[in-house]
Design a protein around this ligand. Structure first.
Ligand code: P70
Length: 458
């Protein structure tokens, strides 16, 4: 781009005001919320780094397309625009719209999973895992071992360990529902998966005659990392890389709320019509007619435009570098962060940052409550709270990674906002020894991180 400064490939036309409420009010708010940042009101938040999901800023082209939408219940023109855009970007000829990523999981799992099945993946996201378990099947994580070491600097830490995968496929012959590769690997720190690994996983799936799907929520960021880091791809376009990635698979589930740059939406992409047709009745049952799938015509139009903007190289460079900037500045301040810096977020290693808080007392979740009170910034735990309990033993799962995620919405915040995050974390670092761990005062049964309440362990 002719400059070392990370310059956005857009300028701002419309803004939303944000306000930092006084510290006493923040403390009251987080206490009222049972020390759970999900239970805060958005107006109580200054910088919202809870998620990059559905929090993206849309472009003038998206807003213009929204105005042209066709809200017909069946056969809407907006569905054709949606479907054609997705087919062009991904190469999947059949596309079933759904209202968000977990809805795609729900529909697909109703068709592909039978009780007792096994679903191997790199690291399944929590909604994915919950849906698999809801179908009484077993999710198995087969990511490379280094993924669990937050300090290990590998270019593709989201890769599947092929030995682990083959062992799982061999031991569960005839009992595999499908294999799922999550790109980028969110629960592993937003780490990418290499094309080589995708190819090898695909070959193993062919050898064992099992279906191979992607959880493609952040497919464009994954493609950008392949271009940056994998030999032979430096001169390929993002579109070509995306096509090649998807070409090795049978389909994908997609939360369009991430890399398709919208606020709501999702889809399932299929290579083969037969499987698409098996999913349609469940799509109708859970989501609606297959030309809208729980979305309005305007949502479909926004995705049709957004998915193309999401694969622009200039945008992706800016996006990934902004996240990297935050990660590097935190590192300079002596805050332990997951390395290398991922695509959509910086992950602070809560166990390393608060070593005096045992994992059962949710160190990273504790840090989110503390960060909010300090600064009005909302981060989220991706760790022990999110992992939930083992459905058989009912014991807390103890994931190897317990992280606090600072998730960056797309095209929303500026470098100055990132600097404020760094300043706030520095202040917490100075007094971190006095921070107390948390225990449940109420534990909600499913996807417990959303609704549970906490008190401090004295
Ligand atoms: C996030 C959100 C959603 C997600 C995902 C992958 C790889 C499927 C889905 C489900 C969820 C979240 C987490 C914490 C706070 C707020 C929101 N990820 N696969 O931010 O998609 O949400 O559309 O049903 O990352 O990581 P959907």
């Amino acid at each position: 781009m002719g400059s070392d400064i990370n310059i956005p490939n857009f300028k701002i036309k419309s803004i939303e005001a944000i306000k930092l409420i006084p510290k006493e009010e923040r403390i009251k708010a987080i206490e009222r919320a049972g020390l759970n940042i999900f239970l805060l009101k958005s107006d109580e938040i200054f910088i919202d780094l809870l998620t990059d999901s559905g929090t993206n800023a849309m472009s003038q082209e998206q807003w213009a397309a929204i105005m042209r939408a066709d809200e017909g219940y069946a056969g809407a023109r907006s569905f054709d625009n949606f479907k054609n855009a997705i087919t062009e970007v991904t190469g999947f000829p059949c596309v079933l719209p759904v209202h968000q990523g977990r809805a795609a999981e729900n529909v697909l799992d109703h068709v592909l999973i039978k009780e007792g099945n096994v679903v191997p993946g790199n690291i399944h996201f929590d909604t994915t895992e919950a849906h698999i378990e809801h179908r009484k099947a077993i999710p198995v994580n087969c990511v490379i071992e280094e993924a669990y070491d937050s300090a290990a600097e590998l270019p593709f830490k989201g890769n599947m360990d092929l030995k682990k995968l083959e062992k799982t496929l061999e031991e569960n012959k005839g009992n595999i529902a499908y294999v799922l590769h999550t790109i980028t690997c969110n629960s592993g720190g937003g780490q990418p998966v290499s094309m080589q690994n995708i190819k090898e996983v695909s070959e193993l799936c062919k050898k064992y005659k099992v279906l191979f799907f992607f959880d493609a929520a952040r497919f464009a960021e994954n493609a950008f990392f392949i271009k940056q880091r994998e030999k032979g791809y430096e001169n390929k376009s993002i579109q070509d890389i995306v096509h090649e990635m998807f070409s090795y698979s049978d389909g994908c589930t997609m939360s369009a709320k991430k890399d398709a740059l919208v606020n709501i939406g999702g889809f399932i992409g299929f290579r083969r019509k037969e499987l698409y047709e098996k999913c349609v009745p469940f799509g109708i049952l859970f989501e609606g007619f297959p030309t809208y799938g729980g979305l309005s015509g305007r949502d479909l139009e926004a995705i049709a435009v957004g998915i193309n903007e999401g694969i622009q190289e200039e945008y992706l460079r800016y996006r990934v570098k902004q996240v990297e900037y935050l990660g590097k500045e935190l590192e300079k301040a002596g805050i332990p962060v997951m390395k290398p810096i991922g695509g959509h977020a910086v992950f602070v290693d809560g166990k390393k940052f608060l070593p005096h808080i045992p994992q059962e007392q949710f160190p990273s979740h504790t840090l989110t409550a503390e960060l909010y009170a300090e600064s009005g910034i909302r981060a989220v735990e991706i760790g022990t709270l999110l992992a939930g309990r083992d459905p058989k033993t009912e014991k807390n799962k103890m994931p190897k990674l317990d992280l606090m995620r600072l998730t960056i919405p797309r095209r929303v915040y500026l470098r100055e906002h990132m600097d404020y995050v760094v300043e706030s974390m520095k202040k917490i670092k100075e007094r971190k020894g006095s921070i107390k761990g948390l225990k449940f005062s109420f534990e909600s049964p499913i996807l417990r991180h959303f609704q549970s309440r906490f008190e401090r362990v004295e």
